[in-house]
Design a protein around this ligand. Sequence first.
Ligand code: ATP
Ligand code: MG
Length: 392
Amino acid sequence: MLYKAFLIKYAEIGLKGKNRYMFENALINRTKVGLEPVGRFNVIKEQGRLFVQCLGEYDFDEAIAALNKVFGIAYICPVVVANDNSWDVITKEVGDYIDLKYPTKDFTFKVEAKRADKRYPLNSPQMCSAMGSYLLDRFPELKVDVHKPQKRITIEIRTQTYFYTDSIKGPGGMPVGSNGKAMLLLSGGIDSPVAGYMIAKRGVSISATYFHAPPYTSERAKQKVVDLAKKISKYTGSIKLNVVNFTDIQLYIYDQCPHEELTIIMRRYMMKIAEKIAIEEGCLGLITGESIGQVASQTIQSLAATNEVCSLPVFRPLIAFDKQDIINISDNIDTYETSIQPFEDCCTIFVAKHPVTKPNIKAIIRSEKKLEEKIEGLVNEALETIEVINID
Ligand code: ATP
Ligand code: MG
């Protein structure tokens, strides 16, 4: 295996001042967890970057794919470790590496060199110039460009010598676990898994709640939500999925309230229940996949009506996204194919022919008065009978 280490560069967490160590520790933790299925690695912090040492055999593509799911990583540099620190060995090994890695050598380059130990016989400018001359001698097709090189050849001399030429773009964002926790209302649709992914990308841990309405929604519909949670957990880390039995509440609303208001009232109860679970679990916000105008329950008036029942902030990362843009993300994170499986979630069954698109909050509250007799008991029962599925 050519690469015995990876240098991990992070961008945004570098700006965090005194709290920086928290972000770095979260990134170390997420990197370790992400690489666990790939092989044995040691992850350490080194001068504002992470250094991943490979302790055994591993598959390179798998390692890159795993690191590409760790939020907080800006760039991944696969690193070659020289056999010893003598300058002759280093120049030869850098040359061999360039020869192997770039069969055609029609590119411009620049050498960048650093030494941790100032007693090393060559200083940085001397190393750059010696390495540059060596490479130009050995590969006359190469050209130096110190301003806009096509390849940067970076050499770092520490207890061992590392060199690398590649910077693979990582996923960006902030490490999960560095920014609290929020509750995702996860349905089987396209939008909510994407919404959860996007908020997790800002460093937020995710819990999830799914409203299930058996027998109107099938076991397959529930399994689809579990599958989606598994898919996004590759990015978000473990997710506690709360499955709430929503059937009796939905039937009661269906019996008591005007049918054109069903969706809005149902959505308000989903938000209320999700918020109760969220507070119980220490979440500091709710997350939905709503986007302005996408369906009747997502007009700006409908959003105001569902929002009104919550005291926690509701994060709606897709609020201004077009459907196609959401689909593109779901494709990238591999949830799309699961989301489009044809198993109904509970909203699609109880929808009215002509739902209100501009609900009046006062009118909705008036309709909800008709639920007074039983709704509290039903909500409590739903909370007491939650099925918890832990997704690791
Ligand atoms: P999605 O594709 O995420 O299902 P949607 O376009 O189907 O969204 P709605 O059905 O109006 O839109 O739902 C809006 C949001 O409400 C969803 O993004 C999700 O966050 C939440 N939601 C809807 N149904 C459920 C459910 N059965 N369980 C949990 N959350 C739900
Ligand atoms: Mg839906």
